[in-house]
Design a protein around this ligand. Sequence first.
Ligand code: COA
Length: 257
Amino acid sequence: MASDPSNNVSTKQFSIRPATYSELSTIANILTKAFWNDELFGNIIHPNRNVFPEDNDLYWLRRARVNWWDWSHVYLVSVIRDRDRAEGEAVIAGVAVWQRIGTLKKDMALNIFDPRRLAKPLAKVATDLQARIWPNRAADPGNEDIIERSYHYLDHMWTGKRADSWYLECLGVHPNFQRQGHGRALVRWGFQQAEMEGVSVSVISGDGKEEFYRRCGFETQDGWSGMGEGNPLRIAPGGLIYWKDVEYDAEGDIESK
Ligand SMILES: CC(C)(COP(=O)(O)OP(=O)(O)OC[C@H]1O[C@@H](n2cnc3c(N)ncnc32)[C@H](O)[C@@H]1OP(=O)(O)O)[C@@H](O)C(=O)NCCC(=O)NCCS
């Protein structure tokens, strides 16, 4: 069972593993804390977070409860084992949400008649209804969906040789555990998947996180989240798109390393 990470732990050992559905509340709270001082997720989307701090979690939780059922998404956690605690008890230090853009491999794609295809639309209806009854009071209602409204301005970036990509949709490490290697390990998972599948890796960098992503292996910068006339994300700082492209040899085959 994972617990809240605000308690100190005595060992730095950690591992990366898929999250469980029951961990989504903890994950939401970590993301709230990680992005508390971020201009986009903080001031622009959640200007009232100091008045309604718990409501900020709803932003992350509601999105997670919908996207969990989207089989192109993988929720990962970085977990610290605490040797001073009971066997099996662990602390979640960081979270990554990876999305496989493009053609899904057979082990991820659902058959067209698979009833699990209904899970995401049903979760969306339930979550939207809940949001109407119990709105996120920390958020600016005009900006709460600013990221979703910007998607179609960026779609053209994931075309051609970048049509297939492991995209790092979200990454956050609890402030108590930053600069201890959790972020890099959560990023490495996507690089390993991409290398096995011969596809690119991509991320939209938060403001000030460009150097972190370069250190993690992203080599090329191309595009930004506010591109395109009318894109609502023009007002947000940062948002540079980074890539680790697939390398092709002279014959157009993927270069093996
Ligand atoms: C950005 C973030 C995910 C980094 O995770 P982390 O676990 O603290 O980073 P790591 O310890 O794995 O750092 C890996 C390397 O990047 C460097 N690094 C980490 N954060 C950095 C930053 N903000 N600027 C420059 N370098 C940074 C580390 O010093 C380390 O360098 P090294 O190559 O010398 O070892 C984390 O700080 C965080 O959650 N921030 C708030 C939320 C956020 O901005 N997420 C990303 C949005 S796109």
